[in-house]
Design a protein around this ligand. Structure first.
Ligand SMILES: NC(=O)c1ccc[n+]([C@@H]2O[C@H](COP(=O)([O-])OP(=O)(O)OC[C@H]3O[C@@H](n4cnc5c(N)ncnc54)[C@H](O)[C@@H]3O)[C@@H](O)[C@H]2O)c1
Length: 341
C-alpha cells in the first residue's frame, strides 16, 4: 500500500480523499489542519489527525503528503516534507515564485523523493484527443493558440477565507485559476519565448488581479492569446482552448473545457472527425483528474518511475504566470529566459 497524508483539509482536500479511496494500492492514513474542526469531515477510524504538520511529517506510516493548504504555504511545507523523506502531491500553483519552486525541486532531488503537481485538466478526454493530434503533427504549421477563462468567483468566494484574493497566498486570476490553462498551452504548444500582458483588479474587492489579458510568442514562432477573468456576470460562462494550424482547427470549450466545439483536420473525413466528437460527448468528464493524478503517483511511488506531471512541469506553468505578471507590472514584454525568480 502507498499511504497518504493530507495537509490542509479544506475544499480541494475532499477531491484528494475521494481519489485516494478510488485508487487501488492507495490508502489515506493521516490528515492535518491547523484548525481541528476542518478535519471533522475526514475523521474515520484508522486515520490519524494532526494539528501540526511537523507531527504528521514525523509519522513513519505516511509515504506521500498531499499539500492542500493555501498556495503561499505550499513551498515551505513541501520542502519540510521532502526533507522528512515523503513523496509529494502538491496542489497548484506549486509555489508563488521561482525561487520557492527551485528549492522544492532541489529538496526532492536531494532526498530522492518524487513530486507531482496537480494539473488535473490534462486528463480530460477532449484534451487527451487534442494532445494526440498535436503529437501526430495533424495541424501542420501552427499559426496561433488561444486560452480563454471567463469565470465567476463572486465576492462571497473571496470573503470566505482571509487568504483568498491576496497576492502572497492566492496570487490572482492567472496564478489561482488560469494556471491550468497556461499549463495546457505549454503542454500542447511547447515553451514560450516572450509575453506582454495587462492585468487589473476591476470588480472584486481583493488585492490581486481579477482580470488579465496576455499575448505570447512561443519558441516555435506561433502566437498565443490568454484572456482570463473571474468577474464574468452572473456565473461561469466559458473555459476554452483553441489551436489554429495550416491543416487543422480544434476548439475545446463549454463552461469547463470538456467539449469539442470544432474539430476539422485535412487528414480526417467529416465522418472520422464526427466520431471523435461523439466519443468525447459520450463521456466528456472521464475519470476525475485528481484520481488520475493519485493513480499515477501511486504507481510512480511503487515502481520508482517519474510521475506524468513533474515538479518541472509545475514550474513551467508558474514561470509563465510570473512572466505575465512582470510584463503587466513593467508595461514591457518579458522574455522567459531572462526571468530569474
Ligand atoms: N487543482 C485544482 O483544481 C484546485 C482547485 C481548488 C483549489 N486548489 C488549490 O488547493 C489549495 C487549497 O485550496 P482550498 O480551496 O482547498 O482552500 P481552503 O481554504 O478551503 O482550505 C485550506 C485549508 O488549509 C488549512 N491550513 C492553513 N494553513 C495551514 C497550516 N499551516 N497547516 C495545516 N493546515 C493549514 C486551512 O485551515 C484550511 O482548512 C490552494 O493552493 C488552491 O489553489 C486546486
Amino acid at each position: 500500500m502507498v499511504r497518504y497524508g493530507i495537509v490542509g483539509c479544506g475544499h480541494i482536500a475532499k477531491k484528494h480523499v475521494a481519489a485516494i479511496s478510488k485508487t487501488d494500492g492507495a490508502e489515506l492514513v493521516a490528515v492535518c489542519d491547523k484548525d481541528p474542526e476542518r478535519m471533522d469531515p475526514f475523521a474515520r477510524e484508522g486515520i490519524r489527525a494532526y494539528t501540526d504538520p511537523g507531527q504528521m511529517l514525523d509519522d513513519g506510516a505516511v509515504d506521500v503528503v498531499s499539500i492542500c493548504t493555501p498556495s503561499g504555504l505550499h513551498a515551505e511545507l513541501a520542502i519540510r516534507a521532502a526533507q522528512a523523506g515523503k513523496h509529494l502531491v502538491v496542489e497548484k500553483p506549486m509555489a508563488m515564485n521561482l525561487d520557492e519552486a527551485d528549492r522544492m525541486i532541489a529538496a526532492c532531488e536531494k532526498s530522492g523523493v518524487l513530486m507531482t503537481v496537480v494539473h488535473p485538466n490534462r486528463f480530460r478526454p477532449a484534451l487527451i484527443e487534442l494532445k494526440r493530434r498535436m503529437e501526430e503533427g495533424a495541424f501542420g504549421t501552427i499559426g496561433h493558440a488561444n486560452a480563454t477563462l471567463r469565470w465567476n468567483r463572486n465576492q462571497a468566494y473571496y470573503d470566505q477565507a482571509a487568504w483568498r484574493g491576496t497576492r502572497a497566498m492566492d496570487g490572482g486570476v492567472l496564478m489561482n485559476q488560469a494556471i491550468h490553462n497556461l499549463d495546457l498551452l505549454l503542454w500542447l504548444m511547447g515553451d514560450v519565448e516572450e509575453v506582454a500582458s495587462y492585468q487589473a483588479t476591476r470588480i472584486r474587492r481583493i488585492e490581486a488581479e481579477d482580470t488579465s489579458v496576455s499575448v505570447l510568442r512561443f519558441k516555435s514562432g506561433a502566437l498565443g492569446v490568454i484572456e482570463a477573468a473571474v468577474t464574468v456576470y452572473p456565473r461561469n460562462l466559458e473555459e476554452s482552448l483553441a489551436i489554429f494550424g495550416e491543416k487543422g482547427t480544434a476548439v475545446i470549450g463549454g463552461p469547463t473545457a470538456n467539449w469539442i466545439k470544432c474539430w476539422q483536420f485535412a487528414d480526417l473525413t467529416e465522418e472520422e472527425a464526427r466520431a471523435t466528437v461523439a466519443r468525447v460527448e459520450k463521456d466528456p468528464y472521464g475519470v476525475p483528474g485528481h484520481q488520475c493524478i493519485i493513480e499515477d503517483m501511486t504507481e510512480a511511488v511503487r515502481t520508482g518511475r517519474k510521475p506524468k506531471i513533474t515538479g518541472e512541469d509545475g514550474r513551467r506553468a508558474l514561470e509563465l504566470v510570473i512572466a505575465c505578471q512582470r510584463a503587466a507590472e513593467t508595461g514591457r514584454p518579458v522574455r522567459l529566459d531572462a526571468l530569474k525568480t
